[in-house]
Ligand binder design. Sequence first.
Ligand code: ATP
Length: 304
Amino acid sequence: MDLQSPRPVSTVRRNPPRKAKQAASVDARSSSKPSNAVTGITRFPLDEILEPEPLQTYPLPNQKPHKSNVGVSNNLKVFLRIRPLECPVSQCSNVAGGEARAPGRGRVAKEGDRKNMPCLVVNSSSSVTLNAPLSSLESKRAKNEVYNGFSHVFPPESIQEDIYDKVMQPLVMDFMEGHSSLLVAMGPTGSGKTYTMFGSPQQPGIVPLALRQIFRQKADNVNIQASRTYYLSIFEIHSERGKVEKIFDLLPESMPHQQASISSLKEVKISSVADAEKIVAHGIFKRSTAPTNANNQSRHVILK
Ligand SMILES: Nc1ncnc2c1ncn2[C@@H]1O[C@H](COP(=O)(O)OP(=O)(O)OP(=O)(O)O)[C@@H](O)[C@H]1O
């Protein structure tokens, strides 16, 4: 934070390795509750996302030892993509893509600055500050919070290719060498999960870009056995507080009702990008007819 006067109380959190700074002795969880109590909106589980259980990975039989199987923490990466707001830049003060819109370093913040303080400020490629509304700060109902330790923070002006290159391309490269990966997009409704994962014909997202890379490399025969075949399944998980998770198989011929487990999902063989994109488009269409009243949702890509 660059604000000097009055100095807001901040809570600092880290994504692994993560330890709250001494100054942040206030429990971050309790500090974020009051504002949600005011709005009545279910709080997005950012704490849980940023404080994952340590993952254990076990090589499968016949699996080559791989660099990513060595260190547990290296296997888990947490990226943050900040969605641009739709209002004209001159009118919106909710997100600052960088220092340009935050008060300058070493500068005393004026009252006007504080009123226009963006709610989310990118501090660096791995850190953001979530600024509480001024009224909540003054009444001490909420505090500003610094979230450190992201693998990378994508500011609002990031384009689909930026996300793909940093997040997905390494996983596709690993996949082509025979390793499995899981990518999960998480966020409340409207935060850009679908846009990031699927995109649009003009701005394709992670899934179409990954399919193109996979089939391009297959065509180029880069490190790939010509006999290799690919299968695709597509499904949606609905998770609602207090209810059992539901898994919907979104493949064309699959039953529309929910599945009990992902092990019973259908898989279809795909032999071209066009094949795969047709199936994905069908899945997206089918998704929109499935019930969607969950506040916190996710989109998954599994490469195996
Ligand atoms: N980075 C972005 N750049 C431009 N537009 C975006 C971006 N992210 C999201 N949008 C737009 O915001 C709207 C909501 O995004 P999207 O549908 O991807 O949200 P979602 O998280 O999938 O929501 P839901 O959980 O309700 O399905 C869409 O119109 C989408 O095009």
